[in-house]
Design a protein around this ligand. Structure first.
Ligand code: AMP
Length: 404
């Protein structure tokens, strides 16, 4: 089975073609700057293998349909491709960020599903329009090939109202659906399932905390295979400190900024989403740059690192409390998988709570592998588990098709 995974944004289109029989990635790539005067397509075949080849093209890409047509051409062309015919693609799996409370599982796309995603645009204004463009283009260009949508929010739909409701007037929930949705759910679900495998337990009996630390950061509390709490909220701005997003702050800061700086709601939204987080604290949003600055004695960078790690520790503590203990804490994504210093700082005070990190295992953890970094006998295991959202989307796509 060949599954094409698409992550279609407002001006970009990421793709990955997977052979699910061998679980290998055949091609991967990115169409950038759709709708601008000059766009680009970056394409790789056989990524990560000795046969890997990269291709890059610059051209105007007027819309998603043009971009996807180009991708399909590259997938079948002799020099760049991996398939004889585009009809060898068995299904397309689409990432959709906001599924609201309409979608609690992946869905086979039909007109009513498209309508549902459209209805949710007010809750996902930055993402859902781009996803719709990708879905509608794929339906047109590959008629007869089934499309499945996999929602970032779906894994969190098992949360109880006490976890997802905000303490604001009820009508804002009933009228506007303001509540906690949580994001990165595909990553959290994948990592939690891998955690169950590492523990040798059924997923339905596995309780863990999944710590996704990338450019965006979020954390899930998973009890017996079901998400019971998540750190992000109505939007991906809440919770942990991120590359450029502030995470949780006193909500009064917004009105304070408006009245003291005369900023509009839109301006404040931009500041909190694009100029805050690590970048706001020290001027750098990439953790590798921050470590480089720390080693040069930059006090702002050191503070940014400490604020980031403190917030991770706080949320682990919060999740441990609501879970009433758990089997494992799992670090994933760019920082979670690669940054031993962050993991060490985040876990430094957790030993009395039952999670004892082994500094040596942590510092020398091999890259790109699922490994345990807790000390022998630690009641709560600590793992590094590489995430793989594309594989999870492809797996869920296959499952939907098999259950038809
Ligand atoms: P992601 O969103 O999962 O792709 O993660 C991207 C972020 O991971 C980057 O912005 C960096 O902050 C961080 N990152 C990636 N590689 C490393 C590394 N080797 N060490 C520390 N942080 C890293």
């Amino acid at each position: 089975m060949k599954i094409l995974v698409l992550n279609s944004g407002s001006s970009s289109l990421k793709y990955q073609l997977l052979d699910m029989d061998s679980t290998t990635v055949l091609t991967t790539g990115l169409v950038e700057r759709i709708g601008e005067s000059i766009g680009a397509v970056r394409h790789k075949r056989f990524p990560g293998s000795p046969k890997e080849e990269s291709f890059s093209y610059e051209m105007p890409i007027k819309d998603h349909a043009f971009g996807l047509t180009k991708v399909m051409d590259l997938i079948v062309a002799k020099d760049t491709g991996v398939l004889e015919n585009i009809s060898d693609v068995d299904a397309i799996g689409h990432r959709v960020v906001q599924g609201g409370d309409l979608f609690s599982q992946p869905m086979l796309v039909d007109d009513s599903v498209v309508e549902g995603i459209r209805k949710l645009i007010p809750l996902g204004p930055l993402h859902n329009p781009g996803h719709l463009a990708g879905i509608e283009t794929a339906r047109k260009l590959l008629p007869g090939v089934p499309n499945v949508v996999v929602f970032d929010t779906a894994f969190h739909q098992t949360m109880a109202p006490e976890a997802y409701r905000y303490a604001i007037p009820k009508e804002y929930y009933t009228e506007l659906k303001i509540r906690r949705y949580g994001f990165h759910g595909t990553s959290h679900g994948y990592v939690a399932k891998q955690c169950a495998k590492l523990l040798g337990k059924p997923f339905s009996e596995t309780s863990c905390i999944t710590v996704h630390l990338g450019n965006g950061c979020s954390m899930d509390a998973v009890k017996n295979g079901k998400c019971i709490d998540t750190s992000m909220g109505l939007t991906p701005l809440g919770g942990l400190v991120m590359g450029t997003r502030c995470g949780d702050i006193d909500p009064a800061v917004i009105a304070f900024l408006a009245s003291n700086k005369g900023l509009t709601a839109e301006e404040i939204d931009t500041i909190l989403n694009k100029q805050s987080g690590l970048k706001g604290l020290c001027g750098y949003n990439d953790m590798r740059d921050i470590h480089a600055r720390v080693s040069e004695g930059d006090a702002d960078a050191e503070l940014a690192l400490k604020v980031f790690c403190r917030r991770v520790t706080q949320f682990i503590g919060q999740d441990l409390a609501v879970l009433g203990g758990c089997d494992a804490i799992c670090f994933t994504a760019g920082i979670g998988e690669n940054d031993a210093v962050v993991r060490q700082l985040a876990c430094a005070t957790l030993a009395p709570l039952g999670a004892v990190i082994d500094s040596d295992k942590n510092m020398h953890a091999p890259r790109g592998q699922a490994v345990e970094i807790s000390a022998a006998g630690s009641p709560i295991k600590i793992f590094i588990i590489p995430t793989n959202e594309e594989l999870e989307i492809a797996t869920e796509t296959l499952e939907v098709l098999r259950n038809q």
